[in-house]
Structures are given as structure tokens and as C-alpha cells.
Design a protein around this ligand. Structure first.
Ligand code: ARG
Length: 414
């Protein structure tokens, strides 16, 4: 689970004008490998791990020789379905910002590398929505589309998540909806989207871009999107706020890297931890900013910080989120349980002879942090591969990148 913290945003500022070569690795965009030797080195590492963890080390050397020959011949190589599935699971295991990694072995991986049109990819994503949602009993799932070839553009899904709420800037400067999607909403309008009903929860269309083609817009079918209306177990007025959130967070803009091969479109989901919605999406001043609304409805004195009105509003908001998801039969974990599960996961990893790398500032929940065990643990934030990496925003040029790299990403495609 990737729970973004304001803490981290502050830390990023601190590195804003540090040269990229000395910035901590997790802040950088790592570009796909193109050099056959580098691809081979990564492949060697991955196949070593793959055979070691499958107890088939006697097969490793011969396997590697075959891969080496294929890379020499073609500049890249094709992974088997098993190699892809295991790599995707290990990418989750290596995601230092995710508190939900205990479940890494249960990731369902769909090998969809054969799909070659935006329409087919869209249909597959809708299918992912339905089977991942599973009527509320959420299944962790990843859909892997064709890999990005060296020196070529890759398939891109422009939306950061498959389901996202629009953020509309109004003439008075205020925003209706999710402020974090204001730019995406504007970009979609430029691409021809007519706009939604104008509510605070308008689902954005999906943008899929095939290599060297124009981005294409697709409306998600309403019946594929499960949403949970929020209510509070003790405050009847809470339901009247008209809040809701979607059940399935499918991250769709990250690059999966396995053994030197890049999958630029590999949308994946887990289930929500309550605080992602209750503390961050609804609580952050730069998001739905609901703490003042809730505190006032609770009758709290919001003029003094010392009444801890923000803290009290946060707790009730998070109770409402957990209560509502549970009463609608939608999988969700609370931050205490998730923290305990990461501690269990760490013990399993250590028992398997592995270090569990983690990014403390993302792992520690944004609510009651010190009441969770992870707050008290030091972690080492090391980047192992396979892993998931950020990619340049498709509609923005990356000034750090070489012209050749900018060309791969179709910079300024709008
Ligand atoms: N924090 C993001 C959100 O609120 C979702 C990130 C992924 N979370 C997860 N539980 N898998 O939408």
C-alpha cells in the first residue's frame, strides 16, 4: 500500500535543487534499461534469485546462457509467464513504501502481453476492475501489458489510478472534487473530454496511449466501479455530508521492472488501508480538506488548536471510513492491523534470510503513528529489483531527461 505522506513531500522539497546523481535513489525516475549489457546484468541477478527461491539452482547456468544468446541476438529477451508472475510478486515484496507486503505471494498476475490495441487493453482493464473488486472481497491483482522495447516508447496509461475523481477549478478559484487531479482533469478536457456532472466525485475517463500513437479516451462502465457511501456508527448527520470513495485503488502509472525488462503499463491493486482515505484523501488541506467541516458538525471549538479539533475530527472520519467499508462488505485494513502485519512480514523475510527494506516515512501511518509498532522500528530503504518505479508524467516534458529519452516518452504529446 502506497500511503503518501506530507512528511515526504517536505523531504522532497529539501532535495529540489540537489543534482540528480546525488539525490537518494527512491526520489528519482529510473529510466528503462536499453544497453544489452545492463539488461543482461539485471537478468542474471533476477534468474539467480528466481532459481534460488524455486530450489532449481541447478538449472540457472544453462538458463542464463540461453538468455544471454537471446540478448546478443535481439538486444532484449522474452520472459516466460512463470518468470513474469514471480517477478511481479517480488516487485511488490521490494516496494519499500508499501505496508501491505505480507500478502505478496497471493498477487494474481494476468499475463496480457499479447494485447496490441488500446481497445483491447481498455477491455482488459475493465475486466481487472471487475475481478479485482470481486463484489467487495478484493483480490490483489496486476495486469501486465506488452513490455517496452529498448529505445522505443512503451504503452502508457496516463491516469495515476484507473479510478480517479475529477478536480474542477471554478471561476472563484476553488476546486470541486479532488484537487490532486486538477491538472489531469484539464489535460483530459484538452484531449476532448466533455467533462462530467460537476460533482465532487465525477469519475475521470481512462487515457491509454499506445507507442507512437495519440492518446485515446475511454469511459469506464459505471457498473464496474464499486463505491462506498460513508456513514458513521454514532453520528447520524455524517451520512448527510454525501461522502463516498471507490473500493479499488489500481495504480496505473508505474513501470514494473523485472530482470532488466520494463513493463510501462502494468496496473496493480491491493485493498485500501482506512487512513489513506480517512486521513489523507479527505483530511489533507490540499485534498478534500474535510477536517473543518467535520469538526464544526461535531460542535468543536475550531478557534483553538489546543482543543485538538483536528485530531478529534480525524479519528471520527477514520471510524466512518472503516465502518462504512465493513458494512458494505468491502475489504479494508485498519492501520493498527496493517502495521502488525508488516511486522509479521518482516519476521518471515528475515527467516527466509532476506532483509525487508522499507521507507519509514511512507510506512508509518498518518494517524496515531506512535501507537503502531512500525513507528518504533528503524528501516533500511534500499532499492532492490524487481520493483515498481515512477515514470515521467506523459503530458510533461522531463527537463532532466536527454532529448532521446524525451522522445521515448512522447513529451508534450498534448
Ligand atoms: N494512497 C492511494 C489512494 O488513496 C492509494 C495507493 C495504493 N494503496 C493501496 N492500498 N494499495 O488512493
Amino acid at each position: 500500500m502506497l500511503a503518501q505522506h506530507t512528511f515526504l513531500e517536505k523531504r522532497e522539497d529539501q532535495f529540489a535543487d540537489t543534482p540528480s546523481s546525488v539525490r537518494p535513489t527512491h526520489q528519482q525516475i529510473r529510466y528503462p534499461l536499453v544497453d544489452p549489457q545492463e539488461i543482461f546484468r539485471e537478468a542474471r541477478e533476477y534468474f539467480h534469485l528466481f532459481h534460488h527461491e524455486h530450489g532449481t539452482s541447478q538449472l540457472y547456468q544453462e538458463h542464463l546462457n540461453e538468455i544471454q544468446a537471446e540478448i546478443e541476438r535481439t538486444g532484449t529477451y522474452w520472459q516466460t509467464c512463470d518468470e513474469l508472475v514471480y517477478g511481479a510478486r517480488v516487485a511488490w515484496r521490494n516496494s519499500t513504501r508499501c505496508i501491505g507486503r505480507l500478502h505478496w505471494k497471493s498477487l494474481t498476475v494476468r499475463d496480457l502481453r499479447h494485447l496490441s490495441t488500446a481497445e483491447d487493453i481498455f477491455e482488459a482493464i475493465v475486466e481487472h476492475l471487475r475481478t479485482g473488486t470481486n463484489g467487495g472481497k478484493i483480490r490483489p491483482m496486476m495486469s501486465v501489458f506488452a513490455p517496452q522495447m529498448p529505445h522505443r516508447q512503451g504503452i502508457r496509461i496516463w491516469n495515476p489510478q484507473v479510478i480517479q475523481y475529477a478536480g474542477y477549478r471554478l471561476p472563484d478559484g476553488s476546486i470541486t472534487g479532488d484537487p490532486s487531479n486538477e491538472e489531469l482533469t484539464t489535460v483530459l478536457r484538452h484531449l476532448g473530454w466533455k467533462g462530467g456532472a460537476g460533482t465532487a466525485f465525477d469519475v475521470l475517463p481512462l487515457v491509454i496511449q499506445m507507442p507512437y500513437q495519440r492518446p485515446r479516451l475511454f469511459e469506464l462502465p459505471r457498473d464496474a466501479i464499486l463505491e462506498v457511501p460513508l456513514s458513521h456508527p454514532d453520528y447520524a448527520w455524517f451520512a448527510d455530508l454525501g461522502l463516498k470513495w471507490y473500493a479499488l485503488p489500481i495504480i496505473s502509472n508505474m513501470r514494473l521492472e523485472i530482470g532488466g525488462i520494463s513493463y510501462s503499463a502494468a496496473p496493480f491493486n491491493g485493498w485500501y488501508m482506512g487512513t489513506e482515505i480517512g486521513a489523507r484523501n479527505f483530511g489533507d488541506e490540499g485534498r478534500y480538506n474535510l477536517l473543518p467541516v467535520i469538526a464544526k458538525a461535531m460542535g468543536l471549538n475550531v478557534r483553538s488548536n489546543r482543543t485538538l479539533w483536528k485530531d478529534r475530527a480525524l479519528v471520527e472520519l477514520n471510524i466512518a471510513v472503516l465502518h462504512s467499508f465493513a458494512s458494505h462488505g468491502v475489504t479494508m485494513v485498519d492501520h493498527h492491523t496493517a502495521s502488525q502485519q508488516l511486522v509479521v512480514h518482516q519476521a518471515c523475510e528475515n527467516k527466509a534470510g532476506r532483509l525487508m527494506p522499507a521507507d519509514w516515512s511512507w510506512i508509518v501511518p498518518p494517524l496515531s503513528s506512535s501507537a503502531t509498532p512500525v513507528f518504533h522500528c528503524p528501516y533500511q530503504d534500499v532499492t532492490f529489483t524487481p520493483n515498481l518505479f515512477y515514470q515521467p508524467t506523459p503530458w510533461q516534458a522531463d527537463p532532466q531527461a536527454s532529448l532521446e529519452k524525451q522522445a521515448y516518452y512522447g513529451a508534450g504529446a498534448t
